[in-house]
Design a binder for this molecule. Structure first.
Ligand code: AMP
Ligand code: ZN
Length: 133
Protein backbone atom coordinates (compact mmCIF):
# COMPACT_ATOMS: atom_id res chain seq x y z
CA UNK A 1 0.00 0.00 0.00
CA UNK A 2 1.76 3.12 -1.29
CA UNK A 3 0.37 5.64 1.17
CA UNK A 4 0.23 3.45 4.26
CA UNK A 5 2.41 4.86 7.06
CA UNK A 6 2.95 1.47 8.71
CA UNK A 7 3.94 -0.12 5.37
CA UNK A 8 6.52 2.65 5.08
CA UNK A 9 7.80 1.97 8.60
CA UNK A 10 7.92 -1.77 7.86
CA UNK A 11 9.96 -1.21 4.68
CA UNK A 12 12.27 1.31 6.37
CA UNK A 13 11.16 4.18 4.12
CA UNK A 14 10.05 6.00 7.27
CA UNK A 15 12.10 5.72 10.44
CA UNK A 16 10.60 3.86 13.36
CA UNK A 17 12.04 2.83 16.71
CA UNK A 18 12.29 -0.88 15.91
CA UNK A 19 12.26 -3.09 18.98
CA UNK A 20 12.12 -6.49 17.32
CA UNK A 21 11.46 -7.85 13.85
CA UNK A 22 11.46 -11.04 11.85
CA UNK A 23 10.47 -11.85 8.28
CA UNK A 24 6.73 -11.44 8.86
CA UNK A 25 6.35 -8.95 11.70
CA UNK A 26 7.71 -5.79 13.31
CA UNK A 27 7.42 -4.36 16.84
CA UNK A 28 8.13 -0.62 17.15
CA UNK A 29 7.45 2.27 19.50
CA UNK A 30 4.15 4.10 19.21
CA UNK A 31 4.82 7.84 18.92
CA UNK A 32 1.80 8.86 21.00
CA UNK A 33 3.85 9.34 24.20
CA UNK A 34 0.65 8.67 26.13
CA UNK A 35 2.02 5.92 28.34
CA UNK A 36 5.55 4.64 28.96
CA UNK A 37 6.56 1.75 26.71
CA UNK A 38 3.63 1.92 24.27
CA UNK A 39 4.54 -0.55 21.50
CA UNK A 40 2.82 -1.57 18.26
CA UNK A 41 3.14 -4.98 16.61
CA UNK A 42 2.29 -5.23 12.91
CA UNK A 43 2.54 -7.70 10.06
CA UNK A 44 5.02 -6.38 7.47
CA UNK A 45 2.53 -7.20 4.71
CA UNK A 46 -0.45 -4.88 4.51
CA UNK A 47 -3.73 -6.04 6.00
CA UNK A 48 -6.35 -3.58 7.14
CA UNK A 49 -7.07 -5.43 10.38
CA UNK A 50 -7.79 -8.83 11.91
CA UNK A 51 -10.86 -9.23 9.68
CA UNK A 52 -8.85 -9.57 6.46
CA UNK A 53 -5.64 -10.99 7.96
CA UNK A 54 -4.88 -14.65 7.14
CA UNK A 55 -4.42 -17.01 10.06
CA UNK A 56 -0.75 -17.69 9.37
CA UNK A 57 0.09 -13.98 9.55
CA UNK A 58 -2.11 -13.54 12.60
CA UNK A 59 -0.24 -16.35 14.28
CA UNK A 60 3.08 -14.66 13.44
CA UNK A 61 1.82 -11.38 14.93
CA UNK A 62 0.71 -13.13 18.12
CA UNK A 63 4.02 -14.96 18.44
CA UNK A 64 5.87 -11.64 18.18
CA UNK A 65 3.54 -10.12 20.79
CA UNK A 66 4.37 -12.97 23.14
CA UNK A 67 8.10 -12.65 22.50
CA UNK A 68 8.10 -8.90 23.14
CA UNK A 69 5.80 -9.27 26.16
CA UNK A 70 8.03 -11.91 27.73
CA UNK A 71 11.01 -9.61 27.15
CA UNK A 72 9.21 -6.70 28.83
CA UNK A 73 8.28 -8.72 31.90
CA UNK A 74 11.50 -10.75 32.19
CA UNK A 75 14.11 -8.11 31.33
CA UNK A 76 12.59 -4.63 31.52
CA UNK A 77 11.00 -4.37 34.95
CA UNK A 78 7.36 -4.66 33.92
CA UNK A 79 4.91 -6.95 35.71
CA UNK A 80 2.21 -7.42 33.08
CA UNK A 81 0.81 -6.12 29.80
CA UNK A 82 -2.45 -5.00 28.25
CA UNK A 83 -3.13 -5.75 24.59
CA UNK A 84 -5.40 -3.28 22.79
CA UNK A 85 -6.65 -3.55 19.23
CA UNK A 86 -9.26 -1.80 17.08
CA UNK A 87 -10.67 -3.36 13.92
CA UNK A 88 -12.52 -0.99 11.58
CA UNK A 89 -13.25 2.70 11.94
CA UNK A 90 -16.46 1.77 13.78
CA UNK A 91 -14.27 0.27 16.51
CA UNK A 92 -11.90 3.24 16.67
CA UNK A 93 -9.19 2.10 14.26
CA UNK A 94 -7.34 5.20 13.03
CA UNK A 95 -4.42 3.66 11.09
CA UNK A 96 -5.64 1.19 8.47
CA UNK A 97 -2.76 -1.28 8.75
CA UNK A 98 -3.37 -4.13 11.20
CA UNK A 99 -1.70 -3.43 14.54
CA UNK A 100 -1.96 -4.54 18.13
CA UNK A 101 -0.94 -2.19 20.95
CA UNK A 102 1.18 -3.48 23.81
CA UNK A 103 0.87 -1.43 27.01
CA UNK A 104 3.43 -2.60 29.57
CA UNK A 105 2.19 -2.49 33.15
CA UNK A 106 3.64 -2.25 36.62
CA UNK A 107 1.75 -3.05 39.79
CA UNK A 108 0.04 0.11 41.08
CA UNK A 109 1.07 2.18 38.03
CA UNK A 110 -2.33 3.88 38.08
CA UNK A 111 -2.97 3.31 34.37
CA UNK A 112 -6.58 2.56 33.49
CA UNK A 113 -6.35 0.65 30.23
CA UNK A 114 -9.87 -0.75 30.34
CA UNK A 115 -12.66 1.11 28.49
CA UNK A 116 -15.49 2.61 30.54
CA UNK A 117 -18.55 0.85 29.10
CA UNK A 118 -21.92 2.45 29.69
CA UNK A 119 -23.92 -0.72 30.19
CA UNK A 120 -25.48 -3.24 27.81
CA UNK A 121 -28.64 -2.16 25.98
CA UNK A 122 -29.87 -5.63 25.01
CA UNK A 123 -30.72 -8.63 27.17
CA UNK A 124 -27.87 -11.14 27.53
CA UNK A 125 -30.00 -13.97 26.08
CA UNK A 126 -31.06 -11.81 23.09
CA UNK A 127 -27.46 -11.05 22.19
CA UNK A 128 -26.46 -14.66 22.79
CA UNK A 129 -29.14 -15.87 20.35
CA UNK A 130 -27.81 -13.40 17.76
CA UNK A 131 -24.08 -14.15 18.05
CA UNK A 132 -23.84 -17.85 18.91
CA UNK A 133 -22.04 -19.93 16.28
P1 AMP B 1 -5.35 2.96 16.41
O1 AMP B 1 -6.15 4.15 16.87
O2 AMP B 1 -5.63 1.72 17.20
O3 AMP B 1 -5.51 2.75 14.91
O4 AMP B 1 -3.85 3.30 16.73
C1 AMP B 1 -2.99 3.95 15.86
C2 AMP B 1 -1.72 4.24 16.62
O5 AMP B 1 -0.69 4.52 15.69
C3 AMP B 1 -1.79 5.44 17.56
O6 AMP B 1 -1.52 5.00 18.90
C4 AMP B 1 -0.72 6.38 17.04
O7 AMP B 1 -0.04 7.06 18.07
C5 AMP B 1 0.19 5.43 16.28
N1 AMP B 1 0.99 6.03 15.21
C6 AMP B 1 0.55 6.81 14.20
N2 AMP B 1 1.58 7.17 13.39
C7 AMP B 1 2.70 6.58 13.91
C8 AMP B 1 4.07 6.56 13.55
N3 AMP B 1 4.53 7.22 12.47
N4 AMP B 1 4.94 5.85 14.30
C9 AMP B 1 4.49 5.19 15.40
N5 AMP B 1 3.21 5.17 15.79
C10 AMP B 1 2.31 5.85 15.07
ZN1 ZN C 1 0.14 -0.89 5.29
Amino acid sequence: MEECIFCKIASGEIKGLRIYENNETLAFMDIAKDVDGHILVIPKKHYKNILDCDSETLSAVMNTIKRVSNHLTENCGYDGINLLNANDESAGQSVNHFHIHIIPRKSNDGIDAWPKFEGAKEELQTVFDKVKM
